[in-house]
Design a binder for this molecule. Sequence first.
Ligand code: GDP
Ligand code: MN
Length: 394
Amino acid sequence: MNIHEYQSKEILKEYGVPVLNGLIVFSAEEAKKKAELIKSDIVVVKAQIHAGGRGKAGGVILAKSLDEIVEATDKLIGKPLVTHQTSPEGQIVRKVYIEEGCNIESEFYLSLIVNRKKSCFTFIASPAGGMDIEEVAKTSPEDIIYVDIDPSVGLKAYHVYRIANFLNLDKKALKVILEGVYSCFTDKDISLLEINPLVLTKEAKLVALDAKMGFDDNALYRHPDILEYKDESEEDKEETKAIKHGLAYVKLDGNIGCLVNGAGLAMATMDAIHLAGGAPANFLDVGGSASVEMVSTGFEILLSNPKVVGIFVNIFGGIMKCDTIAEGVVKAANDMDIKVPIVVRLQGANAEIGLEILSKSDINVMLAEDMDDGAEKIVSLVGNKEATNEHLGR
Ligand code: GDP
Ligand code: MN
């Protein structure tokens, strides 16, 4: 789960990381009423969406008067902002953050991540701040330092020294920031915390000018305070619906919808589709205890993706009974007008009953012998058909 910049800054502030004063508004009228609370000659109006690259896309506007603040707010709110991290349609701006301005001397990059390869946390820092860090990594990798932190040891003075020396920053000031970032990262089960830019002001203060946090979804149950920050309007609608119904769904770039039970089988199914020359549109694991309703909801989610031109249902019955899946498929076909071909492979518990349910119904499904046969069948049925062009090249 991701949260907004202003929310991340609220958390950072609690942990002693210096941020500038700001307030959130939902309309130009609200901006007009409240903006004077920000005592600063220059104010920055920032679109709050769950995507970076706002600066370059016109989502960060400097304002020098109340009129300019209101104008900037009006310009941003209610309209889509297209950045290199959003879809081509952009993300609708629903609120803006009005923040004190500052005099920037230099901009730095700082982030803390969970390093799965090395089983540790890693600070990433660079004097090339305010830019796309992936770009810096490509063009001048020598400008980036990676400092691994063993979680059983924690953040120590020598970590701070290494980063401060690399960035040529004051150790005491940077220590406050690194300690705040590290504590909040570990306390709140964050998986990515990024400050880009961290700025040194002309008054020689270090300030987090931007902030981004991503949380480990599996740990959210122990952070009700973080869950309060959830903004559903920023999340993928299909993924939100899937979570509500207890389905594990991840959207992908291909055009063959997959409905599978078990994460391992779902991965294998995606491989089989690739091997047969196709591309999966999603990962969907209905799990071991799915109901008929869950299966038909799964179909709804698959079909709400306009790219999907065919569906492959691949089930290995165990705890999950094949007849439940078959009933779910029949229910989905009756409830919805499914225009795309469906290939079903049922094997294992109650497979015969499931196959009978399918053959007795008048829905149009093609049966497959096994996973590879199913993958080949669905790929040959959909061919190289592209549902729409708009998602190409993303
Ligand atoms: P992002 O583009 O979505 O990452 O948004 P940022 O919050 O990083 O803002 C983009 C850029 O706007 C920063 O790198 C700064 O150069 C600039 N900016 C943001 N706040 C201020 C400010 O208070 N004063 C000045 N002069 N520039 C700012
Ligand atoms: Mn930024």
